[in-house]
Design a protein around this ligand. Structure first.
Ligand code: PXL
Length: 273
């Protein structure tokens, strides 16, 4: 039994339980080796009114060339928050350098939520991120991100299967293969829409367990990435990720964690092992 290895290309936001700060513990708890390449260093994520932001674009090639020198290969490459337009071509080259035939490429297109883009995501970066779709094995957009990638207007949430199918088909035309549209609010439920490359699809539903918290997309995608390299079926993995996030949200409300501070997944991390 060989241990699997994932490269995570994401920002390091020191405070706020998102991106690299959640990927490392979650992927490690799932018994996969996690190797991080930062896209930006932030004091805290951009959901807070103020943040320190150090763009890492100019260092990323130099950084990963040392990994190439070490002869590293990865079973999975998981990309998240990208801090500049140029980082997309760096990610493309990284994939070219390190992905083998069986490497799973998980693209979490971190761009926005609730119909709004994050502070650092401009028009050009939005368009550029679409270039990663043809390279991906699995993408994990929320509804806002799925609409941005598909080039359609965001509408109020609600799990309309026909519409989710149409969005997925648009994303497929842009090169995506397996698509998970995450965290779709529908009445008292939260849904995830799973579209597989063979055209099978399923709307998974669970009762909403509490209020919206930052970083839940990153928790979700980290579980999906670790399961993907461990060969877990995508629908099984989505159910596991959704259930874990749901529990973490309920606990965070109970422990009165401010929404911006993410979810206190640490309390239940052992359940992923
Ligand atoms: O959780 C998504 C995310 C990741 N990274 C940074 C962010 C956000 C959301 O606001 O600001 C830097």
């Amino acid at each position: 039994m060989k241990q699997k290895r994932i490269a995570v290309i994401n920002d390091f936001s020191g405070f706020g339980r998102c991106s690299m700060m959640v990927s490392v513990p979650i992927i490690s708890a799932m018994k996969v080796q996690c190797c991080g390449m930062p896209t930006a260093i932030l004091s805290n994520h951009t959901g807070y009114p103020d943040f320190f932001f150090d763009d890492y674009t100019d260092h990323m090639r130099e950084y990963y060339k040392k990994w190439a020198k070490l002869g590293l290969h990865f079973d999975g490459i998981y990309t998240g928050f990208l801090g500049s337009v140029r980082q997309v071509s760096i990610v493309e080259d990284f994939i070219e350098e390190f992905a083998g035939k069986s490497t799973k490429i998980i693209v979490d297109p971190v761009m926005g939520d609730n119909g709004r883009r994050y502070a650092t995501i401009g028009d050009n970066l939005c368009r550029e991120i679409r270039k990663l779709l043809p390279l991906s094995s699995i993408i994990t957009p929320n509804l806002t991100e799925a609409c941005l990638l598909a080039g359609i207007e965001y509408r109020e949430p609600g799990a309309d299967e026909a519409e989710l199918k149409a969005i997925s088909q648009k994303l497929q035309l842009r090169g995506a293969r397996n698509i998970v549209i995450t965290g779709i609010s529908d009445g008292d439920d939260i849904c995830d829409f799973v579209w597989q490359e063979n055209g099978e699809y399923e709307l998974l539903r669970q009762p909403c367990t509490g209020s919206a918290h930052a970083g839940t997309g990153d928790v979700f995608a980290s579980v999906i990435a670790a399961d993907a390299v461990n060969g877990v079926d995508l629908t099984v993995s989505v159910k596991r990720a959704a259930s874990f996030v749901g529990k973490a949200i309920a606990l965070s409300d109970k422990m009165e964690i401010p929404a911006q501070d993410g979810v206190c997944f640490e309390e239940i991390l052992g359940e992923l092992a």
